[in-house]
Structures are given as C-alpha cells and as structure tokens.
Design a protein around this ligand. Structure first.
Ligand SMILES: *Cc1c(COP(=O)(O)O)cnc(C)c1O
Length: 368
C-alpha cells in the first residue's frame, strides 16, 4: 500500500454523513448561487480569522485579483512579492496591469526575505504581497512597518496558511487584506474551486464584492466593469461542515511535521524546514531540500510514496516574466537554489507514525 501526498478520500470518509446531508440540502433547496450558506461561510471565516469582513469568490487567484482591482492597483504600479510561490500570486498582479517585483527568499522558511524589501521600493511601488508559503507566516512586523513608512498596502497571499498565526494574530488579519483559496488540496478545501477575501476595510470589502459581481450593486445596472467570480452554495455548504475540524487537522499536520523533524534530523544532504518562533505554522506542505532531490524522489515514487517539487522553477525565471517580455531579470540566488531541489513529503491529517517511518526509511536509503 502506497502513501499519498495527501489523503482526501480519508477526509471524505471521516465526514461523509454530514457532507452528504449538507450537499443534499443545497440540492433540495435549489439555491445554488449566493444565499444563506455563502453568507454563513463569510461570517464564519471572518470570525475565524478575526476580521470585520470576508468576501467569498471563485478561487484564490480571483481573491488576489479582486483585492488588487478594488485597491485601484494597475498599469504603471509595482507590487513587491516573492518568486517562490504558486504562479497565481504574480499572475494576479500582472492581470491588473501592474508589475510584480520579486525579492529573494530566506533559507529554510522559503518565505520572502523582509530585509530585502526596502531596496525594492520605488516611486511606483503600491503594495507588498507577502505569501505565507507552505503555511508559515512571513515575519510581518517589518513588512507592516516598511509599508506604513512608504504608504503601501500589504496584501497577504494566505492561500496556504489558513489557521496559521503570527504573534497571536491569524493569517489573513495582519495586512490590509488577504486572499485564501479553498482548492481541494489546501488545508481547508472544497470540492472544486473556491476562494475568499478577508479585510477590516469596509470600502475595500464593498468594492471587491462589487467587482466580483459584474461591477454591480443593483441588478442589471452597471457603473464599473467587473468579473463573474462567485463561490457556489454547494462549496460553501461543504466548507461549513469542514471548518470546525480545521484546527484539529492543522494540529495533526504540525504533529506530523514534528515527527519528520525528529526522524530526519542529521540526515546528510537534506535540509529540513525551519520554523520561526513568532507563531504557529500549519504545514500546508512539509518541504525538504536536497541536491539529490531527483534520486530521492525517484526512490519515493518507486516505493509508491507521494512527492512533488514545490516549486520546480522560481517565478522570475518563468518564460512569461523574462527580459524579452519586458521584465527586468533580477538575480535571486536563494530562490534559484531551490529550483528542482525542494520537494514535499507526505504530511497530512491522519498520517500515521508507521507511514512516516516508511517515508524516512526510503529517504535514508538514498541519503543517510
Ligand atoms: C493555491 C494558491 C493560489 C491560488 O488559489 P486558487 O484557488 O488555485 O486560484 C494562490 N497563491 C498561493 C500561494 C496558492 O498556494
């Protein structure tokens, strides 16, 4: 029996009765767009994150896009972000017409190196978009301080970090606004695409909601252009069943990470993830780094153990952001050192110690 990277079937079995009932309920009521489940989910997420507002939308990418559009960020503007993230972070910035400006990352946490932010600020900078990568918060105090000093917005890409904390605050409540994704494999996932924005800013919430709904607040009357980006009632109903279990699942991920930390300590040519003291990480992924990543991953695959590169190529090196496309090409050595070298080990709620011991055994057959 293999070990998957993530076991979503087990999660369904655990909650099948409640999930099936919630889905059946939406079907019976035939209210598929908007409605009470979506409003309930927005209230529940706002409460969970500790923000005044939550605005549901079609997916995490749209959540980022809607925040940028609602803040009026666009052509000629720059947004400072990390090159070591899922493509959607930079894609959303480029889609509003702004330019993503990449700063290098830290070793071990793989988060944006906040010491490099100051030098990246120009007169065109409008916002900083830190990504709480793999479920650990960026060191936000220096980001907020710098943003305050330069009059910049801070937009958290919290898509991998629902439930993570920074100095007692939940991810999503630290910057001016935050984007979450409910993609099935995220720590809180639905049965398709889904996303949500959190913010304390009344105007920003109202503007994002309007843009997500064809730029209208009054049906069939439009004063601005928007998009169609909604969360389905079915997805909201599913998420409402899962949300009460999120903290336990995140605790199980942390416990599994601690087991790998212990069992893999001292393994030659294997860098373990670094966890900072300022909060609780939620281990969306447990990432290790090795110059022998390809060999280790081959051995894992041969043993039917799930693994994948996160991320095979940093964003500033992607074809779409090359010099030919008009982008300046920074040299970001730490991010580049991760290309094809950082990969995930199975780390999900419910993984057993025996399964983790088997993963470690296979890793140590290659490096160890
Ligand atoms: C998943 C993810 C997104 C995009 O979310 P979707 O719901 O897939 O659109 C954006 N940023 C990061 C860091 C992500 O992990």
């Amino acid at each position: 029996m293999g070990i998957p990277l993530l076991d979503l079937k087990a999660q369904y079995r655990e909650l099948q009765t409640e999930l099936d009932a919630a889905i059946g309920d939406v079907m019976a009521n035939a209210a598929f767009i908007g409605g009470p489940r979506v409003a309930e989910l927005e209230a529940a997420i706002a409460e969970y994150c500790g923000t005044r507002h939550a605005v549901a939308c079609g997916n995490g990418t749209d959540a980022l896009f809607l925040i940028l559009a609602a803040l009026g960020i666009g052509k000629g503007d720059e947004v400072i972000t990390t090159p070591f993230t899922f493509f959607a972070t930079a894609e959303a910035i480029a889609h509003v017409g702004a330019t993503p400006v990449f700063v290098d990352i830290e070793h071990g946490t793989y988060n944006m190196d906040v010491a490099l932010l100051e030098a990246a600020v120009t007169p065109a900078t409008k916002a900083i978009m830190p990504v709480h990568i793999f479920g650990q918060c960026v060191d936000m105090d220096p980001v907020l301080e710098l943003a305050e000093r330069h009059g910049l917005y801070v937009i958290e890409d919290a898509c991998q970090a629902i439930g993570a904390t920074y100095k007692g605050k939940r991810a999503g409540s630290i910057g001016h606004a935050a984007a979450f994704s409910f993609f099935p494999s995220k720590n809180l996932g639905c049965a398709g695409d889904g996303g949500i924005i959190t913010t304390d800013d009344d105007d920003l919430a109202a503007r994002a909601r309007k843009i997500a709904s064809h730029g209208t607040t009054k049906k069939y009357f439009h004063d601005t252009l928007g998009v169609n980006s909604r969360l389905d009632a079915l997805q909201a109903a599913i998420l409402l069943v899962k949300l009460p279990h999120l903290d336990r699942w995140n605790a199980e991920r942390r416990a599994a990470a601690a087991v790998y930390d212990e069992l893999l300590a001292g393994t030659p040519d294997l860098e373990l993830p670094v966890t900072r003291e300022f909060g609780e990480a939620v281990y969306h992924l447990y990432i290790v780094k090795s110059s022998r990543a390809a060999e280790i991953m081959d051995a894992l695959k041969a043993a039917e153990i799930g693994t994948a590169l996160y991320y095979p190529l940093a964003l500033h090196e992607q074809e779409v952001f090359t010099a030919e496309a008009g982008y300046t090409q920074p040299s970001l050595p730490v991010a580049e050192s991760c290309d094809a070298a950082t990969f995930a080990l199975p780390c999900f709620p419910g993984i057993t110690r025996e399964q983790q011991e088997r993963v470690v055994e296979v890793v140590r057959e290659v490096v160890g």
